[in-house]
Design a protein around this ligand. Structure first.
Ligand code: DI6
Ligand code: FE
Length: 413
């Protein structure tokens, strides 16, 4: 059923023209797809449509894509927030058995319904700001049963919420207490779980945390080899707190993305460029941990590595549930331009997930788009809070902030 959306200011992001700007544009959708897009004045006169909406000059952007989150977890870590304010470092908290491991304990103890309900609430908070695709990582189970359980909850979110959910297996996130002092044995376990997780269709990609407080370069390599054997794409938490050479390693595996990158070196940036690997910037974690060394944005630009921006939502280093605020932080802290920030939260984020069908407004792409009560897309990175879409369209269907598909009460989750 064709639906026509008229009189919009379109930030299509399709080409190098600033914002892919199209004044007084129109969009035609059939089902999940955009089938026509252009100047309102050029609309084919004979188009028969089932519904027509006049957007009265409102701004329309592609649906936002949050390409790095850890939304499924139990508990919270506000106590560690207080400890860090007293001067205890993130790495020190991790060494004392807090950090990721305290969330692992809370996650293992939580019932499925508790984990699902909390993650659903978080996903809806993102959706209410125009996020139509989310990536969610496991990594707070750290044994086979709990990793599989979290991945199944991620899949259930994808089935029951009106947005696309991409699942990433992050078994190599931290060393669980059962394997203390035996990281190589744990990595062997993680690799051994992968075939069963893949057979159940639970992972779209495989990630690892390469860092002194997590896993070494060689250990990440073994995880990547196991992923490659199953045809699963890889990505890496790389160079967040120190230079481990992780980005170059991941690029050698054709990684979809390397994420964080504060300590990325030039060789790493060049390797990412050669492999087409996306740089996912996570200014929420940088801000919360009060880091002082920003990622080498100039080197990434010089090497033409596409920049993405994500929330990294997690209960430790980035309790951030606003992709718009992540865009603002990326501008203020990392000196991205507002346009880079928006491309980073749409087209380049989609590329970081290997999704070629979204992130821009163009014929043939998914009809995921957001109508904003704003005059210019630069405002998306400018306001700090309080910036809400007037309408969110996912796969051609309008969704409400509570996750219902408008006018389709029977699809309520
Ligand atoms: N890097 C991060 O930013 C998150 N995981 C990771 O490897 C933080 C996870 C946490 O502190 O719970
Ligand atoms: Fe992360």
């Amino acid at each position: 059923m064709p639906i026509l959306w008229r009189h919009a200011q379109l930030a299509t992001l399709t080409d190098d023209a600033p914002w892919g700007w199209l004044a007084d544009g129109a969009l035609l959708t059939i089902g999940e797809r955009l089938v026509w897009l252009g100047r309102d004045a050029d609309l084919p006169g004979d188009a028969e449509v089932d519904a027509e909406y006049d957007l009265e000059g409102a701004l329309v952007t592609p649906g936002l894509v949050d390409c790095h989150t850890h939304l499924v977890y139990g508990g919270a870590r506000a106590d560690e927030f207080e400890a860090r304010l007293q001067g205890v470092s993130y790495a020190e908290i991790a060494r004392r058995g807090g950090g990721v491991l305290s969330t692992v304990r809370a996650t293992r103890e939580a019932a499925d319904e508790t984990l699902f309900a909390a993650a659903r609430r978080r996903a809806l908070a993102l959706l209410a700001e125009g996020v139509t695709t989310i990536e969610i990582k496991s990594g707070y189970g750290l044994n086979f049963a709990d990793e599989a359980r979290c991945l199944r909850i991620i899949r259930r979110l994808g089935r029951e919420l009106p947005l696309t959910v991409v699942a990433t297996f992050l078994g190599a996130h931290a060393l669980p207490p059962e394997f203390a002092g035996r990281p190589d044995d744990y990595v062997a376990e993680v690799c051994a779980w992968l075939p069963a997780l893949a057979a159940e269709g639970l992972a779209d990609a495989v990630d690892a945390f390469c860092e002194t407080i997590a896993f070494s370069n060689d250990q990440a390599r073994r995880v990547f080899d196991a992923a490659r054997a199953l045809g699963l794409p890889v990505k890496l938490h790389a160079e967040q707190l120190s230079d481990q050479g992780g980005a170059a390693l991941a690029a050698g595996y054709g990684a979809l993305s390397c994420d964080h990158l504060e300590y990325l070196n030039d060789a790493g940036a060049r390797a990412m460029a050669a492999a087409g690997t996306i740089a996912v910037l996570l200014p929420g974690a940088f801000y919360v941990l009060r880091e002082s060394r920003p990622p080498p944005i100039a080197a990434l630009r010089a090497a033409s590595v596409p920049l993405a921006v994500a929330t990294d939502h997690n209960p430790g280093s980035s309790p951030l549930l606003s992709l718009l605020l992540a865009m603002n932080l990326a501008c203020t802290l990392f000196r991205l331009t507002p346009e880079e920030a928006l491309r980073g939260a749409t087209i380049n984020a989609a590329r970081a997930l290997g999704l070629a069908d979204r992130g821009v407004l163009a014929v043939g792409k998914r009809a995921d788009f957001v109508v904003w009560p704003l005059n210019h897309p630069r405002e998306l990175a400018y306001w700090m809070g309080g910036c809400h879409p007037s309408r969110v369209i996912v796969g051609g269907r309008e969704v409400c902030a509570d996750g219902r598909v408008a006018n389709e009460a029977d699809l309520q989750p």
